[in-house]
Ligand binder design. Structure first.
Ligand SMILES: Cc1cc2nc3c(=O)[nH]c(=O)nc-3n(C[C@H](O)[C@H](O)[C@H](O)COP(=O)(O)OP(=O)(O)OC[C@H]3O[C@@H](n4cnc5c(N)ncnc54)[C@H](O)[C@@H]3O)c2cc1C
Length: 318
């Protein structure tokens, strides 16, 4: 069984979710080939060998650095054909998921998205566990097609070193001007040192923070923990925080190791964006706040008293 893994990069760095995709493919068994497109750091690509890739392909064509879905779908379809891969594995994202759908249509593969664990294989069928209803339930689906496309959710696999770095092999994706029907005319980088969707720790604030002038204490806590900052929808709607920090069903879906929710009530639409977090800590002055039901740890009290003390305690512990 040969598995091709699509590796997403951001400013040349391999995304953690793509390292997870390599680890996921390795856990399935078989030969794992990773493919990166556009700008990518050579040493980062080589290190994918440590997580299970036996070969790393790279097409540095700079036109492939800008997330043009159609072009990525063409390049991946060609790689699947040339490598004679049976399965394509990739991390779900605003880029990865639509690319996966296009590739599946092109190569006539069955596709499974939002997959949360390693598949079971029996009698030629692959059984996969899929997260549905924004993480509130699971469905088991089977893929019986010869070619398969699997799109995984964050934290679907554990990243661990199993081997050594491998050399990077040049790949000609053969994309043409016809693959670039969409053109990005300008981009605006989100502010903040740590990208919210990629963060290991998120400190998030809600309407309980009373106003934008009080965010300094959350930023200080986030800085101390090397965390990204997030917020609830009303907070970004009121312009207290930028929209790219809005977490939830209609915002960013996060899956950090630790999500700290401060002054957020825990409405179902907010929980939909955080329920893949490993640990949730809730700080709220209302003991009946719904968020406590989803929390691993909770502090009932006034955020304005707790946050500075918590930050000081963490600094002291460090
Ligand atoms: C279609 C739809 C989509 C939506 N999508 C999203 C989404 O993606 N993300 C999202 O977040 N919301 C979303 N919402 C809104 C959602 O329903 C809630 O209204 C919103 O999450 C509430 O935000 P909040 O918890 O910050 O505010 P509130 O509900 O006002 O809660 C504030 C909390 O702060 C606590 N508090 C107050 N003062 C303090 C203090 N001093 N110390 C500690 N705690 C304090 C209060 O006890 C309260 O629990 C959506 C709604 C709809 C209808």
């Amino acid at each position: 069984m040969k598995i091709l893994v699509f590796v997403e990069t951001a400013e040349g760095k391999v995304k953690k979710t793509s390292v997870e995709a390599v680890a996921y493919a390795r856990s399935m068994g078989g030969d794992v080939v990773a493919l990166a497109l556009g700008e990518a750091d050579k040493s980062e690509l080589e290190s994918l060998g440590k997580y299970g890739a036996s070969k790393v392909l790279h097409d540095p064509d700079n036109r492939l650095s800008h997330g043009i879905i159609q072009a990525y779908a063409s390049a991946l379809s060609k790689a699947i054909q040339e490598e004679q891969a049976d399965i394509l594995v990739m991390a779900g994202s605003t880029l990865g998921t639509p690319v996966a759908a296009r590739v599946a249509a092109r190569i006539g593969a069955g596709i499974a998205t939002n997959i949360v664990s390693i598949p079971e294989v029996a009698a030629g069928e692959m059984k996969l566990k899929k997260s549905i209803y924004t993480g509130k339930a699971f469905a088991w689906i089977t893929l019986s097609s010869a070619k398969k496309v699997i799109v995984i959710k964050k934290n679907a696999a554990t990243i661990q070193e199993v081997g050594a770095s491998v050399p990077v092999t040049a790949f000609q994706s053969g994309v043409t001007d016809g693959d670039f029907g969409t053109r990005i005319t300008s981009t605006e980088k989100a502010t903040g040192e740590i990208l919210l969707p990629e963060a290991n720790i998120v400190v998030s604030g809600g309407r309980g923070m009373k106003g934008p002038e009080n965010w300094g204490m959350l930023e200080e806590l986030a800085k101390t923990l090397h965390a990204a900052t997030g917020c609830s929808k009303p907070v970004s709607d009121m312009g207290w925080r930028p929209h790219h920090e809005h977490v939830g069903q209609t915002g960013v879906k996060v899956a950090p190791q630790l999500y700290i929710a401060v002054g957020i009530s825990g409405a179902i639409q907010h929980l939909a964006g955080v329920n893949s977090s490993k640990y949730i800590v809730v700080i709220n002055k209302d003991p009946e706040a719904p968020f406590f039901k989803a929390a691993d740890y909770g502090i009932v009290g006034d955020a304005f008293e707790i946050i500075p003390k918590l930050t000081e305690a963490i600094k002291a512990a460090k």
